[in-house]
Design a protein around this ligand. Structure first.
Ligand SMILES: [Mn+2]
Length: 430
């Protein structure tokens, strides 16, 4: 019998924190009331918010230089689901996982689905992988996959994506995320347009294989592993590809996949307007695609992204149904703790953005009151909504203090005992 954190344990831990939370919640309620905001309505919004956890995120990540495995790491997909289950049980904001193939490939897909259900988890978008060679793979992706100069390699990459769709159907997923590492390291190495044309031809086959209610999410990335050019380098290329493919193709925004100082919230606004926003891979960064924990470097940027998302939600923007996923690499922390912290920070940005007085903002914008408009947005950002997030968790049976409860449970210590053969979990950094 494997160790799990019982709901009794969570309830017992919560009892120690309930008094202080009730006081803080009431105080915040009075503060918001003076601003004409109903704290209960905000708590209800927090309670319905969800962000998916990537199965690869519960293993320790790595850098180009090394990977330092942590104790008690998941050894297989079932261990990964168990860890993802803990994240959801304590935070109550991560009801879905985003699996990755072939890292999560199992012989019995229904066992995979049942295991997820036993941890109260469903499935978000499935991720294909044509950015590395697998054991027994016939042709190499060293020089590309869906845009490779050799048709046979492209065919192999297409086939893999079709298999991902097939597995995803069995899991109950409705979207495929495609990120390719295709690109070049040298000027002249690759024809910029011919590579894009080959990608489009290959993606057409993937697109045509999508079930009726499915979507394909195109994830762009400016550089790395290719350093001179990438085939789907930016949101322009992504948008061009998604537009040509059709309505089921949309653009996925990974917060780390842009040039430094890019105004990501503006890209988000544009994609919403074009009905092409697929969703997100949330993470944070200081320099490049750092894949650090969401909200750990620039929480204001995360808030501004959500400011656009909440605006679109509240005005019922046409075609707006973004998928929220975390995509991070945890190298120096316990991945479960990082994912809980990140999910909470993402939910925080959502609730903060929900506090923006949009009527007053529109009026200030109309009057060219630059500072007045900025103050309205900023006031929402500086409001500490922690009591709302904690109360939403408590009401849903989660932990008031997820990381505190997790540490008190000694889950990691128990898993270290149960999972002696560690270090085989794939580290995904896409
Ligand atoms: Mn990503």
């Amino acid at each position: 019998m494997s160790f799990s954190i019982s709901s009794d344990f969570v309830a017992e831990q919560n009892r120690k924190a309930e008094g202080a939370l009730a006081e803080d919640y009431a105080a915040l309620g009075r503060q918001l009331d003076r601003r004409g905001i109903d704290v209960e309505a905000m708590t209800a919004r927090a309670a319905q918010f969800a962000v998916a956890v990537p199965t690869w995120g519960v293993g320790t990540g790595g850098t180009r230089f090394a990977r330092f495995p942590g104790p008690g790491e998941p050894r297989n997909v079932f261990d990964k689901l168990e860890d993802c289950g803990v994240i959801h049980a304590l935070t109550r904001v991560t009801p879905n996982v985003s699996p990755h193939f072939p890292w999560d490939k199992v012989s019995d897909v229904s066992a995979f689905r049942q295991a997820a259900a036993s941890h109260d988890l469903g499935f978000d978008a499935v991720n294909s992988n044509t950015f590395q060679d697998q054991k027994d793979q016939k042709l190499s992706y060293k020089f590309g996959s869906l845009s490779h100069a050799d048709k046979a390699v492209r065919a192999q990459a297409i086939e893999h994506n079709l298999e991902c769709i097939d597995i995803g159907r069995k899991l109950g997923s409705t979207a495929l995320t495609v990120w390719i590492a295709d690109g070049s390291n040298f000027a002249g190495q690759s024809s910029l347009n011919a590579a894009f044309d080959r990608y489009m031809e290959a993606m057409r086959e993937v697109y045509d294989a999508l079930p009726k209610d499915w979507a394909v999410f195109i994830e762009h990335k400016l550089y790395e592993p290719a350093f001179y050019s990438t085939v789907i380098s930016d949101w322009g290329s992504s948008f061009m590809a998604a537009s040509e493919l059709g309505p089921k193709a949309k653009c996925l925004v990974d917060l780390g996949h842009h040039a430094p100082s890019t105004n990501i919230e503006q890209i988000v606004a544009r994609l919403i307007r074009a009905q092409k926003l697929a969703g997100f891979h949330f993470n944070d960064s200081k320099y490049g695609d750092d894949d650090l924990d969401s909200g750990s470097v620039d929480p204001f940027r995360l808030f501004l992204v959500f400011n656009e998302l909440v605006d679109a939600e509240l005005r019922s923007a046409r075609g707006f149904a973004p998928a929220y996923m975390i995509d991070q690499s945890h190298n120096v922390t316990d991945p479960i703790e990082s994912l809980m912290q990140s999910a909470i920070e993402i939910a925080r940005a959502y609730v903060q953005a929900s506090l923006v007085d949009r009527k007053a903002l529109e009026a200030a914008q109309g009057e060219n009151d630059a500072l007045g408009a900025h103050r309205i947005v900023k006031q929402a950002f500086i409001t500490d909504v922690s009591p709302i997030l904690a109360e939403a968790r408590r009401r849903k049976g989660g932990a008031i203090d997820p990381i505190g409860v997790y540490r008190a449970s000694f889950y990691r210590r128990e898993k270290t005992r149960e999972r002696p053969a560690s270090g085989v979990a794939a580290a995904g950094i896409v």
